[in-house]
Ligand binder design. Structure first.
Ligand code: PLP
Length: 398
C-alpha cells in the first residue's frame, strides 16, 4: 500500500481536469492569439478558464493574469508592483515565514537597493506561526510601497490574518500582495473581503496541472511586466498562452469551488484523526503551529529526538510519503526557516514532519499510516544519538 500524504508539495491531476485538457493538445491546438476559427476556439477556452479562476477567488475575469505557476505569480506581483511605484526610496514588508518564492524575491529587491522588513511571527502556542497584524503596522514607513504576506503557510498550514493586514494596507495607501498558493481550494477565498490588490495561486496545489498559475491584479492596480513580448494577458504577461494548462487550471478551479465545503470537512476529520492518534500512540510528539487557525489538511509534528530525514526515508520504505518541509528544501541540511522562525530549536525543526492530506486521501490510508508511523519513530529514535525521554519531561502540551 502506497500512501501519499504530501499534497502541499503537489497533487495529482483530477481525471476530469485531464479530460478537459486533452483536446487542447490535439484537435483544438490553436493559438489563442490567432484570428481564424481554430484560434477562436482556443480563445474561448482561455476566456472560460479565466471566468472560472475569477469565480474561485471572487474576482472579475479581466483581473486574472495567467502565469507559469505560483512562483511566477509571486515574482510578477512583487517586482511588478514595486517597479510601478513612483517613489524614489522604496520599502517592502514581508514575513519571516513566507515561501521562498516571496522571500528570495524580496532578497533580490534588497540587492537592488529596496529596503525590506522581514516581520517575525508568533512563537507561543496560541499564535505560533502567525504574524501579528500590529507588527505589520509598526513596520510601515512613508516609503513603504508593498506589503506581501502569505495566506496559508505551506509547512504549518497556519492562516495569516489577511483581512486585518488588508485594512492596514488600505489605510496606509500601500499595495498588498498575498501568496494564496496553499489556501486556494482549501479554504474559501474572496479577494474583496481579504482586501488584497494582488494574489497568487497555483493549479498543481488543487488537483490541476503543474506549470500554470494565476495572479489576481485588482482593477486599477498597475504592475510593470517582468518579460517583454506580444500583447497577451493585456500586456501584463507576454507569450503564447499555455492553452491546455489554462484549461486545466480553469477546470481545477471549478472543481475546487464546487467541492470545497465537502472536501474541507472530510479532510479535516481525517487530519484530526491522524494527529490525535499519533499524539496518543507516540511519546514526545508536538503539534507545530496554531491549531485552530490552520488549513484543514495540514499537520506538522515534531517527533522529539528522531531525525526528520531518517524518518522520511524510513516511512517512504513503508509506503508512506510525507515531507520534512518545503519540497524545494528537501535534501538540504538547513532546518526549515518556517519552523525556526516559529520558535523551534534547530534540532526540533530537524525532527519535524509535515503530513498533508488531499481530495484523494481515504480513511483506510490514514488508518494505515497510523499503524505504521509509531514503530518507525521508535526505530529511528533508537538509532539517534539523542534519546527522546530526556527531552519529554518539560515539554509543554500543544
Ligand atoms: N508559494 C507557496 C506558499 C507554495 O507552497 C509554493 C509551492 O510549494 C509556491 C509559492 C510556488 O508555486 P509553484 O510550485 O507553482 O511555482
Amino acid at each position: 500500500m502506497r500512501i501519499y500524504l504530501d499534497y502541499n508539495a503537489t497533487t495529482p491531476v483530477d481525471p476530469a481536469v485531464l479530460a478537459a485538457m486533452l483536446p487542447y493538445f490535439s484537435e483544438n491546438f490553436g493559438n489563442a492569439g490567432s484570428v481564424h476559427s481554430a484560434g477562436q476556439r482556443a480563445r474561448a477556452a482561455v476566456d472560460a478558464a479565466r471566468e472560472s479562476v475569477a469565480a474561485l477567488i471572487g474576482a472579475v475575469p479581466n483581473e486574472i493574469v495567467f502565469t507559469s505557476g505560483g512562483t511566477e505569480a509571486d515574482n510578477l506581483g512583487i517586482f511588478g508592483a514595486v517597479a510601478a511605484s513612483q517613489k524614489s526610496r522604496k520599502h517592502v514588508i514581508t514575513t519571516a515565514i513566507d515561501h521562498h518564492a516571496v522571500l528570495h524575491s524580496c532578497e533580490e529587491l534588497a540587492r537592488q537597493g529596496v529596503d525590506v522588513t522581514f516581520v517575525p511571527v508568533g512563537r507561543g502556542p496560541a499564535s505560533q506561526g502567525i504574524v501579528d497584524p500590529e507588527d505589520i503596522r509598526r513596520a510601515l514607513r512613508p516609503e513603504t510601497v508593498l506589503i506581501t504576506v502569505m495566506h496559508a503557510n505551506n509547512e504549518l498550514g497556519t492562516i495569516q490574518p489577511i483581512e486585518e493586514i488588508g485594512r492596514i494596507a488600505a489605510e496606509a495607501g500601500v499595495r498588498f500582495h498575498c501568496d494564496a498558493v496553499q489556501s486556494a481550494g482549501k479554504v474559501p477565498l474572496d479577494v474583496k473581503s481579504l482586501g488584497v490588490d494582488l494574489l497568487s495561486i497555483s493549479a498543481h496545489k488543487f488537483c490541476g496541472p503543474k506549470g500554470v498559475g494565476a495572479l489576481f491584479v485588482r482593477s486599477g492596480t498597475r504592475i510593470v511586466p517582468r518579460a517583454w513580448g506580444g500583447h497577451a494577458e493585456r500586456d501584463r504577461r507576454p507569450g503564447t498562452e499555455n492553452v491546455p494548462g489554462i484549461v486545466g487550471i480553469g477546470k481545477a478551479a471549478e472543481l475546487a469551488r464546487l467541492k470545497l465545503t465537502e472536501d474541507a470537512s472530510r479532510i479535516r476529520a481525517l487530519r484530526d484523526r491522524l494527529e490525535a492518534s499519533l499524539l496518543e500512540r507516540v511519546p514526545s510528539v508536538r503539534v507545530n503551529g496554531d491549531r485552530t487557525r490552520r488549513v484543514p489538511n495540514t499537520s506538522n509534528l515534531t517527533f522529539v529526538g528522531a531525525g526528520g530525514e531518517a524518518l522520511l526515508i524510513a516511512l517512504d520504505l513503508q509506503g508512506v510519503a510525507c515531507s520534512t518541509g518545503a519540497a524545494c528544501s528537501s535534501g538540504s541540511t538547513e532546518p526549515s526557516h518556517v519552523l525556526t522562525a516559529s520558535g523551534l530549536s534547530r534540532e526540533d525543526a530537524r525532527s519535524s514532519l509535515r503530513f498533508s492530506l488531499g481530495r484523494p486521501t481515504t480513511a483506510e490510508e490514514v488508518d494505515h499510516a497510523i499503524s505504521v508511523i509509531p514503530a518507525v519513530v521508535e526505530r529511528i529514535r533508537a538509532l539517534s544519538p539523542r534519546t527522546a525521554p530526556s527531552s519529554t519531561a518539560a515539554m509543554p502540551a500543544r
